[in-house]
Design a protein around this ligand. Structure first.
Ligand SMILES: [Zn+2]
Length: 302
């Protein structure tokens, strides 16, 4: 589905890289509860769960534009990457750049590339392979990385070997982050930093130690690009369910609850990295968790 919405004077759209069945809910969610899941299975089909019971996932890049400024948020898995730790996202050959072009964004037009965290499926299109070298895909952009993730995912640093996701991350920093650092076009974001007019980065740790969300507040409207704080709508309903890729389970739950509470109380649109269906959602408090209000139109529900 093509999705476009405004946040004040920002225009937001998305460009899909890949979608499909990803893994079973039992594998994705360590806190999976079969009895509960059975009660929501029909609601999740077909946009968020395949008819075979596999979690439906989307790799998509969010495009935010305002007054000639073009920002990309998260950059998918990329093409041609060697991914021994997660072969399903290695060697991809998607027409993502052609789709981006069709959406009116040439590589040279991009001013800012923001990665919510430095996992394999959020940094891929940072670079592309030209003549055997990994070079910045967006030559005129500044790239914004969470400062803490830049440190912990660096395989030359002291933290990498202790990371739960180190196996999956093999090669990722080297081909998708280091070339950006080497080119001198990276900005390492701190908590609360304004990276564009009305667009701030906020620390939202747990999924990764440095995970950040992108907060656009403009013209009385707000959207939170929540990266992988929430992978799937069932985590809105059950915010204590982590994904198996979360580094710190307790911190990931606390952050998820804090972000969803903030979104519910300020009527902010939640824009996760991997939602299918309407691709973003509003939320409201419901019992001990939250409920999704999937927008069927491009404005906030009244
Ligand atoms: Zn992800």
């Amino acid at each position: 589905m093509d999705v476009k919405f405004d946040v004040g004077s920002w225009q937001v759209s998305r460009v899909e890289e890949w979608s499909g069945g990803f893994t079973t809910p039992e594998q994705l969610f360590p806190e999976y509860d079969a009895a509960y899941f059975a009660t929501v299975r029909d609601v999740l089909r077909p946009d968020h769960l395949t008819h075979d019971g596999i979690i439906e996932a989307v790799f998509q890049v969010w495009v935010a534009r305002r007054n000639g400024l073009t920002v990309l948020i998260d950059t998918g898995a990329g093409n041609d990457k060697e991914r021994p730790g997660l072969p399903s996202v290695g060697g991809m050959t998607t027409p993502f750049l052609a789709r981006l072009d069709e959406a009116g964004v040439a590589r040279e037009d991009v001013d800012l590339v923001v990665c919510t965290h430095l996992h394999v499926d959020h940094v891929g299109w940072n670079t592309m392979r030209i003549d055997g070298r990994w070079v910045p895909t967006f030559p005129n952009a500044r790239y914004v990385f969470p400062a803490i993730d830049r440190d912990v995912w660096d395989p030359a640093g002291p933290h990498f070997a202790t990371m739960r996701g180190a196996g999956v991350a093999q090669g990722v920093f080297e081909d998708s982050v280091q070339p950006i650092l080497d080119a001198g076009i990276a900005t390492l974001a701190a908590d609360g930093e304004e990276i564009a007019p009305g667009m701030r980065m906020h620390h939202a740790p747990g999924h990764t130690p440095g995970h950040m969300i992108v907060d656009i507040a403009d013209g009385g409207e707000r959207a939170l690009f929540t990266g992988d704080v929430i992978h799937h709508p069932v985590q809105v309903l059950r915010p204590d369910w982590n994904s198996c890729f979360c580094e710190d389970a307790a911190l990931a739950i606390a952050t998820r609850r804090r972000v969803l509470t903030d979104a519910a109380d300020t009527r902010a649109r939640v824009v996760p990295a991997h939602f299918g269906g309407a691709h973003s959602t509003f939320v409201e408090r419901a019992g001990d968790g939250f409920a999704c209000i999937m927008p069927s139109v491009d404005r906030a529900p009244s």
